[in-house]
Each structure stands twice: as structure tokens, then as C-alpha cells.
Design a protein around this ligand. Structure first.
Ligand SMILES: Nc1ncnc2c1ncn2[C@@H]1O[C@H](COP(=O)(O)OP(=O)(O)OP(=O)(O)O)[C@@H](O)[C@H]1O
Ligand SMILES: [Mg+2]
Length: 494
């Protein structure tokens, strides 16, 4: 596929820590957090003006699903925008619960595990052609994803148990995966989920749902994670020979690999041979380099992705993690953990270490350790603040742009509406519900003419960034348009 649509869904862990005693239970905390969301969209499951979806998942996990992005940098900016939105909601909640007599702090963590054994997802979505042979796809993609943790894992301090001492692992999520491929998401937690909801023309496309990834804090790691996966998918789609890496025991392998920082833990390939995570990744990288040399780079970051991929494998192979310890989450985190262990003379089994691990994923811009490291030049950044601010309010150039325009216009005219990834409906015109199956479309005449029926759109004024920043819990939860004063009396607000 020449162009692809990507989206990422992040489940956040939320917790309240009062000065003493127990914090608010998760459902109550979630209700506070989502009050501004409900105020904006009258539901705890809404689409917002930048085209993204914000909702409370089962178990009261706040989730942010980015809109469909056709560009990797848009995707990474949209993902970061989700962190900022969650932080905004946490700040509001802290104030609000203080008024209601609860002291303490509200934490929102973009991570994948907690000490109670819960796991939070970071799900990737890739648009792929329906013609992709699924057996071939999974034969290549599964070993790639199982070993991808060594280049894109978020790193984890693993506490001691009866089998092993405390140690550092590549991945947060690896120990929580139960199956290679299946259609269930919660019961069995597969690496690739085959539930067939394309949010596109089902005759021509599928939405590949990958649920094995760690939540990344580092944007350079995100670039490598999505960029390498896209390259592997391109090779599969092009039908080039890639080699046979299919693993005998995928779930055994993913755990085994996560806990071996040398990248040399042996895993058995179907058919009997043994290989290692580094070898499998190197094989795929070499193939990808050849593919790019033959077919050309399909976007401007391809070279950077290949170089970072290569350097990360070299770092694992040589054990010289300084090669990547400002760019790859697990290595950035590991360096911090080791420094603290040295300075304080404590081991990885010290309870403080697990807290530091969690604090790395705190989305609070001052308190969060990833952001702190970034301020100190210990983590590279590829996004500018302006890009993130833009991603809070502006949909990317995909179908999300139509969704954003639709809901913002309907809101400005006070019209009741419902939207999801595909559907657009004005509640009082149910027969005119519109389906947009092409995720690449950025305009749609039917939507335009439906919106024309609401009133004179020339009378809508785009609000400035300053206006939007001034009156909001979160910039992302502000309206894009307002009706001109001269038309105010023509417009019925709900
Ligand atoms: N045609 C498409 N191809 C790839 N990704 C898509 C497409 N349409 C939408 N997406 C992305 O898929 C994600 C869907 O997120 P959402 O959380 O709604 O879905 P889900 O995980 O399938 O459902 P749920 O979380 O309710 O179980 C979003 O990030 C969105 O941008
Ligand atoms: Mg989801």
C-alpha cells in the first residue's frame, strides 16, 4: 500500500494518592476525571474536535484513541496530545476533589502494568489491503512483533519472585500476552487481534489490530516502533521473500526474550532451528534495507528509522546501551534506574525502584520522570511544542478532518449530532446519516451539503488559539467555531 492509515489507542492508569488513608476508588476517580468530557459531549464516550475518541473503558480506564493519521509524525503528535489531555483532566480533578474535601494528588500514568497485576493497553491500528494473505502476514508479523520489544519496549523493573531475582526487562506488556492471534481482546489477550472491524470499505481493506505494544513515552522510540512495523507490512504487501522466522512457541518466546537483555536468549523456529531476538530483528532489518534500496523511501523518515533500528540492535548485541540511551525508552529508563541504584546504594529489589519505573510514565509535565529527563537533555524529542498544541485541536489530513469539521459545525449551530469513525448523523435528520468508508478522504460533498442545511456557515467565526486556551479545562475540549453575534438569535443552542 502506498499510503496507510494508522491510529493508536492508549489506556491510562489513574490513581489518587491522598496525604493519608486510601484514595478514591477507580470508578469514582474516573467519574471525576471525565466530568469535563461529559460536560463537553454529554457522554463518557465522545469524539472531540481533533477527530480523536476519548472514553472510559470497562474497569474505568480512561482511553484516548488518536484519529486516523496518514503520516507518522501526525500519529506521534496525536499520541502525545493524548498525554496532555489526560494531564489537563488530572489537574482539573485535583482541584475539584479538593473542593469536595479530598486532598492529595491525582496521577495519570501512560504505562502498561501496575503492582496489582493489571495491564493497560497500547493498541496499534494499521490499514492493510484485504488481499493480504493472513497466514503469510501472521507468519512474518508475529515473529517481528514478538522480538520488536528489544527495539521499542518501554523497559520494566521486574520484582523478585520465587523463580527469579529482581531484574530489568525490555517490555512491560510481554508477560501479559496469552496468545498469538485471536479475535478476543480481554479474555485471552492476543498479540494480533483478528476482530474484523475495518472502519473502511470491508471489500478492499482490513484494520490490523496489534495489541502487544508497550506504551512509549519517547517520540524517537515511537517513530521506530510504528515506522519499522509499517516497513515490515510494506514488504509483506509487496510479496517479497522475507525468510522464515515463524516461532514454535510465540508466547513462551515473547516472555523469554523480554527477560534477557543480551538479546541472545534462544527461541525455537518452527522446523527445529534456534535463533535469537537480535538475529530475527537483524534479518528483518537487512531485508527492509534491501527493500528500501530497491523501491525507494516512501516517506522522509525512512532513513532515520533504518539507522535507529540498526543502532538499537547493535546496542543490544554489544551491550553498549549508551548508543541509544537517549532515544529508546527501555534504555533511557534503565540508565536512570542504574544511576539511582548507584547513588543510593540500593538494588533493583528495593521498592523505590518500582516507583521510579512508574514515575517514568507519569504524564505530569513537571513530575513525570521521562519529561524531566528530556528537559535535562537525556531524552531526545522529535516533536515541537507547537506540533503538540496543533494536534490537540486540529485533525490530521484524513477522514478525521471531515469528522472534526462536521462535529464542530454542528456544535456551533447547536445541532444534535452523533459521530463515530465512519458515521456522521444529525439526530433530527436520521435519514441523512452518512457513512464515510474512505479513511483517506479529506472532504465529502454529502457532508458539506448536510452542514449547509444547518445555516450560513460564513457566519461562523473560527476562534483563536488564545480564546480557546482561555476558557477550558483542556484545549482539546474547546469549540472551534462560534456563531457571529449578528446571527446569535438565529441559532438555537440546546
Ligand atoms: N480504517 C482504519 N484503519 C486503521 N486504523 C483506523 C481506521 N479507522 C480508524 N482507525 C483507528 O483505529 C482506532 C480505533 O480505536 P477504538 O478504540 O475506537 O477501536 P477498538 O479498539 O476497535 O474498539 P474498542 O476500544 O471500543 O474495543 C483509532 O485509533 C482510529 O484512529
Ligand atoms: Mg479502543
Amino acid at each position: 500500500m502506498d499510503r496507510r492509515v494508522f491510529g493508536v489507542e492508549t489506556e491510562f492508569a489513574a490513581l489518587h494518592r491522598p496525604a493519608s488513608g486510601r484514595g478514591l476508588p477507580p470508578d469514582e476517580l474516573a467519574r471525576y476525571l471525565f466530568r469535563p468530557v461529559v460536560d463537553f459531549g454529554r457522554s463518557s464516550n465522545i469524539f472531540i474536535p481533533n477527530g480523536a475518541r476519548l472514553y472510559l473503558d470497562v474497569g474505568s480506564h480512561p482511553e484516548y484513541a488518536t484519529s486516523e493519521c496518514a503520516d507518522l509524525m501526525d500519529l506521534i503528535a496525536a499520541d502525545r496530545a493524548g498525554e496532555v489531555i489526560m494531564h489537563d483532566l488530572a489537574v482539573w480533578t485535583e482541584k475539584r476533589i479538593a473542593e469536595d474535601g479530598f486532598d492529595g494528588q491525582v496521577y495519570l500514568l501512560k504505562n502498561n502494568v501496575d503492582s496489582a497485576g493489571n495491564s493497560y493497553g497500547s493498541h496499534e491500528n494499521y490499514l492493510i489491503p484485504r488481499t493480504t494473505h493472513f497466514r503469510r502476514l501472521s507468519g512474518i508479523l508475529l515473529p517481528f512483533l514478538i522480538t520488536r520489544q528489544i527495539i521499542a519496549g518501554a523497559g520494566r523493573v521486574v520484582p523478585a519472585d520465587e523463580k527469579q531475582p529482581a531484574h530489568f526487562a525490555f517490555s512491560q506488556r510481554a508477560d501479559h500476552m496469552w496468545e498469538g492471534i485471536s479475535s478476543a481482546t480481554t479474555r485471552s489477550r492476543p498479540i494480533i487481534n483478528t476482530r474484523d472491524e475495518p472502519h473502511a470499505d470491508a471489500a478492499s481493506h482490513r484494520r490490523l489490530h496489534v495489541i502487544v505494544g508497550d506504551s512509549n513515552m519517547s517520540s524517537t522510540t515511537s517513530l521506530l516502533r510504528y515506522g519499522s512495523t509499517d516497513l515490515v507490512l510494506r514488504m509483506i504487501e509487496a510479496g517479497v521473500p522475507i525468510g522464515d522466522f515463524e516461532l514454535e512457541n510465540p508466547i513462551g518466546a515473547i516472555r523469554h526474550i523480554s527477560h534477557d537483555l543480551t538479546g541472545t536468549a534462544a527461541v525455537r523456529i518452527r522446523g527445529g532451528e534456534e535463533s535469537t531476538a537480535v538475529e530475527i530483528q537483524q534479518g528483518l532489518l537487512d531485508r527492509a534495507k534491501r527493500f528500501v534500496a530497491e523501491h525507494g523511501a516512501h516517506h522522509e523518515h525512512v532513513e532515520r528509522i533504518l539507522q535507529l533500528w540498526e543502532r538499537t540492535l547493535e546496542a543490544v548485541r554489544t551491550g553498549d546501551h549508551s548508543l541509544i540511551d537517549t532515544e529508546i525508552d527501555w534504555a533511557i529508563k534503565k540508565r536512570l534506574i542504574e544511576e539511582i541504584a548507584d547513588q543510593r546504594g540500593i538494588g533493583l529489589d528495593h521498592p523505590r525502584m518500582e516507583q521510579i519505573d512508574m514515575a517514568y510514565h507519569d504524564v505530569h509535565p513537571e513530575r513525570g520522570l521521562f519529561y524531566l529527563l528530556r528537559r535535562r537533555g537525556r531524552a531526545q524529542e522529535i516533536l515541537t511544542e507547537d506540533q503538540v498544541t496543533e494536534a490537540m485541536i486540529t485533525p490530521p489530513q484524513t477522514r478525521a478532518a471531515i469528522r472534526g469539521e462536521f462535529l464542530s459545525t454542528a456544535r456551533a449551530f447547536g445541532a444534535e449530532y452523533t459521530v463515530d469513525w465512519v458515521h456522521h448523523k444529525l439526530t433530527d435528520r436520521p435519514l441523512e446519516a452518512l457513512m464515510l468508508k474512505d479513511p483517506f478522504a479529506t472532504t465529502d460533498e454529502r457532508v458539506e451539503s448536510l452542514l449547509e442545511k444547518l445555516g450560513d456557515r460564513n457566519q461562523l467565526r473560527e476562534r483563536s488559539l488564545q480564546q480557546r486556551q482561555a476558557d477550558s479545562v483542556s484545549l482539546a475540549l474547546t469549540d472551534r467555531f462560534e456563531a457571529d453575534e449578528s446571527t446569535q438569535d438565529l441559532v438555537q443552542f440546546p
